[in-house]
Design a protein around this ligand. Structure first.
Ligand code: G1P
Length: 297
């Protein structure tokens, strides 16, 4: 079996209803943080982890995503003619070698597990990553690269994990911890969207996974879980049942839930403040706006 993690699956079939009406006409994955679409951050993170095959699980209405990673000869010609080399450079991250991205459609919204299962033929018999582009992680070493390093030592399945407040636990997959070694946690179970009073811990799964191909076999059983959906969490829990190793990984970094308005706004501010070309003026603006809003209260 291929040992290196070369492939990543990006489930991008969701409707993005939390961002209506904007997402009536554009996929949520192309909403920008500053000037780059959310999907660009996910792709960059995967590339930094050594991934060179990208599998998008899409749905109807997502063609803007395919266009985004296509070449743009008209724009490039115009920029070249005008000598705008800085803008030409800005286009580079969205350029993909031919054949590096494959698209597969999920015809029915049957859950995250089902979306990943739709990519099974493209993944074939090797370990793979799953990246949920809604979860944007700001980190010195990109989160997936941290996980690939942990994978080299622990093998099996590895899921990114983070402590969340009790009242939010029902939005996540939750880890049942067997042994806590700090950044790496050995798991004895995993539950999708538990009742807060029954949750096995407050350690939640964040949208980064490294998974063995046996997870695809587990998904083939098409078991319905939380919300009547085919859950990735359940297929990973089946790995534990089968006696294979599953670990949680407390990554170093700051995660933004860009599937929510609050998280998206916070990420916009954080990423703008991290940009040397924008930070100074933007920080002044924020400070004066907050002061003004407080005074008006
Ligand atoms: C998905 C997963 C869940 C995970 C979450 C992280 O849930 O099913 O286990 O904790 O992503 O963002 P969703 O946000 O699609 O409901």
């Amino acid at each position: 079996m291929q040992d290196r993690v070369r492939k990543a699956v990006f489930p991008v079939a969701g409707l993005g209803t939390r961002f209506l009406p904007a997402t009536k006409a554009i996929p949520k994955e192309v909403l920008p943080l500053v000037d780059r679409p959310l999907i660009q951050y996910a792709i960059d993170e995967a590339r930094a982890a050594g991934i060179d095959e990208f599998i998008f699980v899409t749905a109807k209405g997502k063609s803007a995503l395919e266009d985004y990673f296509d070449s743009a000869p008209e724009i490039e010609r115009s920029l070249r003619e005008k000598g705008k080399t800085d803008l030409l450079k800005a286009l580079e991250p969205s350029e993909m070698p031919s054949g590096a991205i494959a698209y597969v459609r999920q015809q029915e919204a049957l859950g995250l597990g089902h979306a990943v299962w739709c990519a099974r033929r493209l993944i074939a018999d090797e370990p793979f990553a799953v990246v949920l582009p809604d979860d944007v992680i700001e980190a010195d070493t990109p989160c997936l690269a941290q996980m690939v390093e942990a994978y080299a030592e622990y093998r099996g399945a590895i899921v990114a994990a983070m402590e969340v407040p009790k009242d939010q636990i029902k939005s996540y997959g939750v880890l049942d911890v067997e042994a806590d070694h700090g950044s790496v946690v050995k798991m004895k179970g995993m539950v999708e969207k538990p009742d807060p009073d029954k949750a096995p811990s407050n350690l939640a799964v964040i949208g980064r996974y490294i998974l063995p191909p046996s997870v695809l076999d587990n998904l083939s059983q098409m078991k319905r879980g939380a919300g009547g959906e085919i859950q990735l969490t359940d297929a990973i829990a089946d790995e534990i049942e089968a006696g294979r190793p599953v670990h949680g990984f407390r990554f170093a970094g700051r995660r933004f839930d860009c599937g929510s308005k609050q998280g998206y706004l916070q990420a916009t501010v954080a990423f703008a403040l991290a940009r040397p070309d924008l930070a100074g003026e933007f920080a002044d603006f924020l400070a004066s706006t907050v002061e003004y809003a407080r005074a008006a209260q």
